[in-house]
Design a protein around this ligand. Structure first.
Ligand code: NDP
Ligand code: MG
Length: 388
């Protein structure tokens, strides 16, 4: 029986992780969980799973939750997330929080040799070198939850990285795949949240529409699999049936396929190297699908992907800026304060202004993350974008 600590329990990945735990009660126990402020969503989860410890984002949420919860410790903020992640009773940490706020808990869990299933890609984008260095030193394997990275992990199957020609990450194209750049000018938040293949949290759904999600995934793949950027390709594949592929040095290509269901990679990260049945998951019917389509990625149409490759290649603090600027810009768009195309403008501005600091330590990364958020807010306030 493994004790699971789940960061981001009320989110899209969090809820699907709970379903995996529910299906395998003989293997997993939810020991602790964290969420932000969504008490209404958290209370039924707490009642069902009865975790020993709970972490919320702020004191106000703690007060609200105390009206419903009697038997558990309620902790607060980043320190709380760290505390449950390194708790002696935590066997596995599932990091499904949204944003770089998950970084310190991940780092400390690695230092405490916890098994880690990581969905929280922003952590790897903002400080991949620190996370992977800690994983190497403490001999911890990060098991990917992101479907593309789970696919790559499965295709590699422990193969020697030297035999890899390239990693091919597939991209569905997001909500606006078939729109031209001109047509993007007046799309709404509602349009952007309408993803054709996957049902996900709002931030990642917007990231998919800007193609920043694929950019973050390229950086995530670079760190997880230690493959240079020149050997990571992205192809458009609108059906989302092939979750990603690896081409080897004999030109053999191995792909992983499945219906779009995040519970599959979540479960694999929890049960690896074993595979277990998963009830209510849909089988892939290739005859019914008939055709799969692939096309070349257009970096002019999707400038966020280009910005991510450039930031990843430059390294240092630039990916931290990319990530923090993106988090703020997406939030401004989701709040209905600015247009969709303003997202890429704010990120571009932040990257342009930044003087990269090579090989940053944790303190530098946290400082640049904070500073970037303030700067992007100030570009917004100075009317550098189309406000609504
Ligand atoms: P959601 O927005 O659905 O959920 C985010 C979770 O994090 C919620 O529990 C939320 O709490 C909590 N949270 C948000 N901000 C904070 C904060 N500042 N402090 C503490 N907790 C916070 O996100 P997703 O589940 O979609 O995504 C989570 C991560 O997984 C992201 O990194 C995403 O890129 C990655 N991922 C997601 C996929 C998906 O299918 N959804 C696929 C692949 C990767 P509350 O509900 O209270 O706000
Ligand atoms: Mg993905």
């Amino acid at each position: 029986m493994k004790n699971i600590t789940l960061l981001g329990a009320t989110g899209s990945i969090g809820i699907q992780t709970l379903d995996v735990i529910r299906q395998h009660k003989d293997l997993f126990n939810l020991y602790a969980l964290s969420f932000g402020r969504n008490v209404d969503k958290a209370v039924p989860i707490i009642n069902e799973f009865n975790p020993k410890k709970i972490v919320v984002q702020d004191q106000e949420t703690k007060k609200k939750l105390e009206l419903y919860v009697r038997n558990q410790d309620i902790l607060v903020g980043s320190e709380g997330m760290i505390e449950i992640s390194i708790d002696t009773y935590t066997d596995v940490l599932v990091n499904a929080v949204m944003g770089s706020v998950g970084l310190q808990a991940t780092l400390q869990a690695i230092q405490n040799k916890k098994q880690i299933a990581i969905a929280n890609k922003e952590t790897l984008v903002t400080a991949g070198h620190l996370v992977m260095e800690a994983a190497r030193i403490h001999n911890v394997t990060l098991l990917p939850v992101d479907s593309e990275h789970s696919a790559i992990f499965q295709c590699l199957n422990g193969e020697n990285q030297k035999e890899v020609n390239k990693i091919i990450i597939t991209a569905s194209g997001g909500s606006f795949r078939d729109k031209s750049r001109e047509e993007l000018q007046d799309v709404t938040v509602e349009d952007a949240l309408n993803h054709p293949n996957w049902s996900m949290g709002s931030k990642i759904t917007i990231d998919s529409a800007t193609m920043m999600n694929k950019g973050l995934e390229v950086i995530e793949a670079h760190w997880l699999f230690d493959v240079p950027y020149d050997q990571i390709d992205v192809v458009l594949h609108k059906e989302s049936v092939i979750h990603s592929m690896v081409e080897f040095n004999d030109n053999s290509v191995i792909a992983q396929l499945g219906t779009p269901d995040m519970r599959v990679p979540i479960q694999y990260a929890l049960t690896y190297p074993a595979r277990l049945p998963l009830s209510n998951s849909k089988k892939l019917d290739l005859v019914e699908i008939g055709k799969l389509h692939f096309s070349q990625m257009d970096y002019v149409r999707f400038p966020c992907l280009k910005m991510a490759y450039d930031a990843g290649r430059e390294g240092g603090t630039l990916p931290t800026v990319l990530n923090a600027a993106n988090e703020v810009a997406v939030d401004l768009f989701l709040q209905g304060k600015m247009s969709f195309v303003s997202i890429e403008k704010l990120i571009g501005q932040a990257l342009e202004q930044h003087v990269t600091i090579p090989n940053p330590d944790l303190e530098t990364i946290l400082g640049v993350d904070r500073q970037t958020r303030l700067e992007v807010e100030s570009y917004f306030n100075k009317d550098l974008v189309n406000k609504i």
